[in-house]
Design a protein around this ligand. Sequence first.
Ligand code: DOR
Ligand code: ZN
Length: 451
Amino acid sequence: MTARLFGGDLWIRGGHVVGVDEVVREDVLILRGRVQQVGRAVLAPAGCPVLDATGRLVFPGFIDSHVHFREPGLEHKEDLASGSLAAVAGGITSFCEMPNTSPHTDSPERLADKVLRARARSHADFAFFLRATRENADRLGDWENLPGCAGIKVLRGVSGGSLLIPDEASLERVLRSGRRRVAVHSEEGPRLRLREAALAGRTDASVVEHPLVRDVGAAELSTRRLLDLAEKTGRRLHLLHVSTAEEVDLLRDRDLGDLVTAEATPHHLFFAAPGCYERHGTRVQVNPPVRELRHQESLRQAVVDGVITVVGSDHTPHTLEEKALPYPQSPSGIPGVQTTVPLLLTAVRDGWLRLQDLVRLLVVGPVRAFGIEQKGVLLPGHDGDAVVVDPQVTKPLPLDWLRSRAGFSPFVGAPLAGWPIATVVRGKVVYQDHGAADRPEAAPLSFAPAR
Ligand code: DOR
Ligand code: ZN
């Protein structure tokens, strides 16, 4: 376990603490960055700073285990400072960042470089996925426990122009090298290439076709093969951004328990084709695509039932200029790290989630999937990460609230019912009242050694 940096002292007073089972009127005392006491008779030391949470909800700090912050190499889209500022503004206190930066995070040196950068400039605690390639497949077992490593990421499809694990043999080598859970983007590359080739040369292609180009079959075929490989190798997998009812049915039918965990994203839970494309065009173009309503309904039920245990934003910022290119030249991706919490709080208002589900999906789910240590529900001994939320306010998402360099969200204007108003990382208020209050000495997440 890396030496924990000390944080601050803070008495979060007067709120209702949300746990996995209940919502209770309790205070939270954080000393030197760790939760010291949770209850009604908190004994805070004289002079302890106070954060008034009267009439508000107090959640444990939320973890976004799927973001792309684009540093190094793609900083015109986002960087670690701007992406993590958007994170803490949205109540996210820890993130796991993806390796498709430039260069890719595919070696210990490149991992260490990202850790150094984040220590210096991140507003939230962090970890970085290592990208599996044909070349490094046999070394991953040695690298996956390096400081700040969130685990291994495999990209099976073509996404962002790079095809890295095209064949089954390479994929099996990756799964046999190491023991930590492997996060997979599951779309079948060869099928995608054929279907995307059919688009080439057309001048009338429309983004409405995107879910047909990267079709259900590409996702279902890939996921079916991945479940087979997980059973064959015994390697634990995490299916990123499940996008189809067919994959949900596979997960239900195969019932592989902890061998395979699954993630849904807010855009797949809240948008549906074709309406979202007619209204937002390429701003909702993402891989894997948002599909028609039956998929959204199946994904929502899977989240409620616990078939899907993690919500990750898949924050994938591009500039508005890039998104304005004609389809299919327009890049896929939707910024979302700052809007996940208000959206899930809106699901609570709409009645299909409970407040406790946010703790299950954005804290317990990621902690269990990736073996994150020190983070979790508000209990003595855990890091003092917390989010104070005003559940009363329903208002249209304002564009000027967003901190991502992307400068847009397809959710702008949507009436959202629940807003983070103060974010605490290891006892320090890092974001409050629309402003960054402080930047913690951001630290790499600690992970339980792979078993
Ligand atoms: O839509 C996407 N954009 N999906 C991916 O897998 C990659 C991502 C990106 O990095 O832009
Ligand atoms: Zn992603």
